[in-house]
Design a protein around this ligand. Structure first.
Ligand SMILES: [Mn+2]
Length: 330
């Protein structure tokens, strides 16, 4: 059931103060900065309220977040632990085994219409899930300490591509200002996650631009990343630091209103062997409507999913759907 912030925070606090309170905090598959920062940040907040916590997910924490997450050790929990879902559109986003669990709490900014947990705090208008974690802490009269604020601010910076996505709004900046007041170094975090690039990443970007296709008078830009490209660039992880936010790469093209990135995944990837991302520059074009046609989902202007097709076939299907989206507008 959905709750407003204060009521949700009160339920969570009561659960933390119960005898033997313990929580598995679950982040989504193919984890990004927002789910990692939000889940670990929440674990620090709930510990202060007296609960034991373990942050878990199907996939490990990507290496470039280890500086923040390595100092936080999971507590050992028993079978009485409750589950909290963080930054997941729905249970499917938590991955195979974790989707079967009964979830007591749910914090998310995607906003599936279906009920996911007993107590839900879901705000699709927020640019990052960490804004919701911050709001819950504040509703309980807690100001995040520096470590917690670093996690939540990193989540905000990575999910908004440093305050540049279409989801960025006045509240994103208000949340950032409150986190910045907690003793963090916004320059260091912004530089780490929005400015510097490895040589391998730059090699990959060059390959994507070299192979890019433009359609509909340049309104649609399509890029492809094959496993072979990653190997040639010297990138080992298909979803790691060197591919973070790669889906937004083609947004720099001045004429592009729809951008599509097709990524090849290993053949044994459980969700499928290709992943697609659709991004649009304005509200009239729904990236989510395209993604939903192929079993994916996401935000109105940034959505995606996986397919059990070859990269060539995925590119052809999605390119056709994006062309249709541009045509349907008229
Ligand atoms: Mn998010």
């Amino acid at each position: 059931m959905r709750f407003e912030c204060n009521a949700f925070a009160a339920k969570l606090k009561a659960a933390c103060e119960a005898k033997n309170a313990q929580f598995y905090i679950v982040y989504h598959i193919n984890p990004d900065g927002d789910c990692i920062g939000s889940a670990f940040g929440l674990s620090l907040i709930l510990r202060k309220l007296g609960a034991k916590c373990a942050v878990i997910g199907r996939d490990g924490v990507p290496a470039h977040f280890h500086w923040m997450t390595d100092p936080i050790e999971n507590d050992i929990l028993d079978e009485n632990a409750q589950y909290i879902g963080v930054d997941c559109k729905d249970r499917g986003r938590t991955g195979s085994v974790l989707m079967q669990q009964p979830y007591a709490f749910w914090i998310d900014h995607h906003g599936s219409p279906q009920e996911q947990a007993e107590y839900e705090y879901v705000r699709p208008e927020c640019s990052a899930c960490s804004e919701l974690v911050l709001a819950v802490a504040e509703a309980l009269g807690m100001q995040p300490d520096r470590q917690t604020a670093e996690l939540l601010y990193t989540a905000l910076v990575t999910d908004t591509s440093c305050f540049r996505t279409s989801a960025t709004n006045a509240q994103s900046f208000a949340s950032a200002a409150r986190l910045a007041a907690c003793g963090i170094d916004p320059y260091a975090i912004g530089r780490r996650y929005a400015m510097v690039k490895t040589a391998a990443r730059l090699r990959l970007e060059q390959m994507i631009f070299a192979g890019m296709e433009l359609h509909c008078d340049g309104q649609l830009a399509v890029g492809t990343i094959l496993l072979d490209d990653l190997a040639r660039a010297g990138i080992a992880e298909v979803n790691g630091p060197d591919t973070e936010n790669i889906n937004g790469l083609l947004e720099v093209i001045d004429t592009a209103r729809v951008t599509l990135i097709i990524r090849e995944y290993p053949a044994d990837n459980p969700e499928g062997q290709t992943r697609f991302s659709v991004k649009t520059t304005d509200a009239a074009l729904s990236a989510r409507s395209v993604a939903e046609r192929f079993g994916g989902g996401g935000h109105p202007n940034a959505a995606g999913g996986f397919m059990r097709e070859t990269p060539e076939r995925t590119r052809a299907l999605l390119t056709a759907a994006c062309k249709e989206l541009l045509r349907s507008e008229k």
